[in-house]
Design a protein around this ligand. Structure first.
Ligand code: ADP
Ligand code: MG
Length: 359
């Protein structure tokens, strides 16, 4: 197992990159702590696979270094990095049995036959394929083949890191949950450094200790699920994570006051005079409905009952504000105001969070 350090790392698929936009991965400095489980989360095309493939050695970066426990591996091929990687689509040997597919990485490393037999059995149980161990991989469903790929990724106990690139895409929903749970318990048992790529926030938040959010080739935040929820460092983190995501509203901010389309509200803390494009970010969980003269004037457009609570879609001068109201809340037409709980208000300047000034 290893700590992985990325230094001034950047990658462009172009031969002569000149502009920042030429980089699929913008410059990045980051430590992956030994033994932690990370999720790498972001929408399609934001650079997740590029980053993962650089860590595994399938791709050499155009700039910067990668260290495993302080050893420079930047130019080392994948085989020397001692890493297991599982991809989105199955990579299996069709002519081999499930057993031989699973045993392959162990045989390759010259492991002892008894150990191989026991370990393969254990992995087969984890992926629910004990009954098919002697079947040829050919003819199995894509779903079963992907489980073999996962099993092969998990079979070695002595790897530096386990990398998963959207591994559950072709797996059916029930099994997805099951396998994710297995991966998590594998992590608890062996304490491998794990990096799990996904575009699905639920998958990321349930799997990982730390979530690394990427947007447009950049890591915009690394944090615990709670940190991503409470203090999104970038407006993208705010609206990508959460359901519905954070409300983001144009504002003018001065000290501890904000003005939104002519209405002034108190922020509870001072923020100085942020420049550039200034916005307030408030999660629906930190908003409530009221009537009278407080808060922001709104018109309720729609109320959605989603079981645990209600989502109220309100209009504020042409911008939608989402409010989460308790399940039993009585939402009356007189409610024409939205009030923010100042504990949940973040201020953004050019999409990046402004730290509140110390009182
Ligand atoms: P993700 O895994 O988050 O969907 P990728 O890392 O695959 O994103 O892609 C990041 C960006 O790099 C995308 O704009 C994609 O089109 C581009 N890209 C990925 N692979 C290649 C490649 N082999 N050649 C050129 N461009 C690529
Ligand atoms: Mg990808």
């Amino acid at each position: 197992m290893a700590k992985i350090t990325l230094q001034n790392l950047a990658h462009s698929y172009l031969p002569n990159p000149s502009h920042e936009d030429d980089y699929a991965l913008k410059e990045l400095n980051h430590d992956w702590v030994d033994g932690e489980a990370y999720a790498l989360l972001g929408s399609s095309g934001c650079g997740k696979s590029t980053l993962l493939n650089i860590i595994s050695g399938l791709l050499h970066p155009s700039q910067g270094r990668i260290l495993f426990n302080d050893r420079d591996v930047t130019m080392e091929p994948t085989t020397q990095r001692n890493i297991a990687q599982v991809f989105q689509f199955p990579v299996v040997y069709d002519t081999m049995t499930v057993r031989d597919n699973l045993a392959f990485p162990l045989r390759n490393r010259g492991a002892d036959a008894t150990y191989i037999r026991d370990r393969v059995q254990q992995i087969a149980a984890m992926i629910g394929m004990e009954d098919t161990l002697n079947h040829k991989a050919r003819g199995l469903t894509a779903d079963a083949k992907q489980k073999i790929s996962l099993g092969r990724g998990m079979v070695r106990e002595d790897v530096n890191a386990l990398l998963f690139d959207e591994p559950l895409t072709v797996i059916d929903p029930h099994m997805k949950w099951e396998l994710r749970t297995q991966l998590k318990s594998l992590h608890h048992e062996f304490g491998h450094t794990m990096i799990y790529v996904t575009h699905d926030q639920t998958e990321a938040l349930t799997f990982a200790d730390k979530v690394v959010v990427m947007y447009d080739g950049r890591v915009v935040q690394m944090g615990t699920p709670q940190e991503l929820f409470e203090t999104p460092e970038h407006t993208f983190v705010g609206y990508f994570i959460g359901s519905p995501g954070m409300n983001v509203l144009d504002a003018k901010v001065k000290g501890d006051k904000a003005v939104l389309a002519g209405t002034e509200i108190a922020l509870g803390k001072g923020f100085g005079t942020p420049d550039g494009k200034v916005e307030l970010g408030v999660r629906p969980e930190f908003t409530s409905l009221a009537s009278g003269e407080v808060g922001l004037p709104v018109t309720i457009k729609r109320v959605e009952d989603v079981g645990r609570h209600k989502i109220v879609r309100a209009d504020f001068h042409g911008t939608e504000i989402n409010v989460i109201a308790p399940e039993g809340a009585n939402i009356s037409p007189e409610m024409n105001r939205v009030v923010f709980d100042t504990a949940g208000v973040n201020v953004y300047s050019n999409s990046w969070r402004v730290a509140p000034k110390a009182a």
